[in-house]
Design a binder for this molecule. Structure first.
Ligand code: PLP
Length: 378
């Protein structure tokens, strides 16, 4: 077996060498960014330089960037920090949003994985009609982590604006993979995470539109303009800045990954014409493919592919490594058999046509071995 092939970029992207250099460099700065002396000012410069780079990635004002411990905390700050009376989320949000918005109403998605905006409008109109002054919040992810399906966030933002609701988008999976612009989207808040774009784990940001505020969830020394207490993680922030800068310059190359991904899907579909690939007909991230091998448990597939040197993921195992039936696929109306046998392949810029071809061969071989692919592939 050759080197293992990493096909799990939606779980995390390998850290960039330039990020490692930036992190290491920042770690040798002894200052606290809140200190007034020269050491402190040097650390502050690192943080503010990174803030500008992160803001630039999504066309935001640096003053709106609140550094957090990652996408999970950014989602929590957006949702809980907005102090909403009522919350609407899509049925396919990441657990970080669902946990922060436990009492939320779920907006359904179709079989294509796209949120039903008519249902969102009806919900907001009902709420607004019943309580004209309530603070309403919509949280709609930009790209789904399991299927890659892009959600109609710009259109949802128009509806939210009409009905005087605040709108947040979890753009953790979208940034660096497709163009994301806070103003074009028309949203109030955007969640980002560094490790999905080749930055360090454990650092992210909530980015606020001008004039939008959140109440701090972590209070302390008033850092991050009072929105998130605690001495800044200068080294991780420095790495995030470099990753954001580089990711912004690679968007075209990332778009090109669709050719590799589509090649993989065509190869499998040629052999298995009835194959289910979730979200295939919808606007999707260029790197993601969510492939069902019905009746073959996703964890069995994971182990088999891992043994053969391919790192992929079960749809819902984004964070914990646990494999359970995916609520995202359930919401899309997948049968338990298909949902339980679905894996996620997510490509990155290190992947080649050879990687994809080798994985396709391994997938087809497994499918034949277990008799899951019908006569044509047998
Ligand atoms: N939101 C989405 C859509 C994700 O895919 C992830 C990834 O795990 C997160 C939020 C959580 O981000 P983090 O790992 O930085 O906490």
């Amino acid at each position: 077996m050759g080197d293992p092939v990493y096909l799990d970029y939606n779980a995390t992207a390998p850290i960039r060498p330039e990020v490692i250099d930036a992190v290491a460099g920042a770690m040798t700065e002894p200052g606290n960014p809140s200190s007034v002396h020269g050491f402190g000012r040097a650390a502050r410069r690192i943080v503010e330089d990174a803030r500008e780079k992160v803001a630039a990635l999504i066309g935001a004002d640096p003053a709106g960037v609140v550094f957090t411990s990652g996408g999970t905390e950014a989602n929590d700050l957006a949702i809980q920090g907005s102090r909403p009376v009522r919350i609407a989320v899509s049925a396919v949000e990441h657990p970080a949003v669902l946990a922060a918005a436990e009492a939320a109403a779920k907006v359904p998605v179709g079989g294509d994985g796209v949120s039903d905006l008519a249902a969102l409008r009806t919900l907001l109109e009902d709420w607004r009609g019943a309580a004209p002054d309530d603070r309403l919040l919509v949280s709609l992810m930009l790209a789904n982590n399991e299927t890659g399906v892009l959600q109609p966030v710009r259109e949802a933002a128009e509806i939210a604006r009409e009905l005087d609701a605040v709108i947040h988008t979890d753009a953790v999976q979208a940034t660096g993979k497709v163009a994301v612009d806070l103003t074009t989207l028309g949203v109030d808040m955007v969640s980002l995470s560094a490790h999905k774009i080749g930055g360090p784990n454990g650092i992210g940001a909530l980015v606020l539109r001008d004039g939008v505020e959140v109440a701090a969830r972590i209070r302390g020394g008033g850092q991050e303009r009072g929105r998130r207490g605690g001495t800044e993680n200068v080294a991780a922030i420095a790495g995030f800045g470099v990753a954001a800068d580089l990711a912004g310059g690679e968007l075209d190359a990332f778009t090109g990954l669709a050719a590799l991904r589509d090649g993989l899907e065509r190869r499998l579909l040629d052999e298995v014409p009835g194959l289910t690939i979730f979200g295939r007909g919808s606007p999707r991230l260029p790197n993601t493919s969510c492939i069902a091998m019905p009746g073959v448990a996703a964890d069995t597939q994971l182990i088999s592919f891992d043994t053969e040197g391919f790192a992929i993921s079960a749809g819902s195992a984004c964070s914990s490594g646990k494999v359970a039936t995916s609520p995202v696929l359930d919401a899309m109306g997948a049968t338990p058999e298909a949902a339980g046998g679905t894996i996620r392949v997510s490509l990155g810029l290190h992947n080649t046509a050879e990687h994809v071809e080798a994985f396709a061969a391994a997938w087809l071989a497994l499918c034949r071995r277990v008799g899951a692919c019908g006569a044509r592939a047998a």
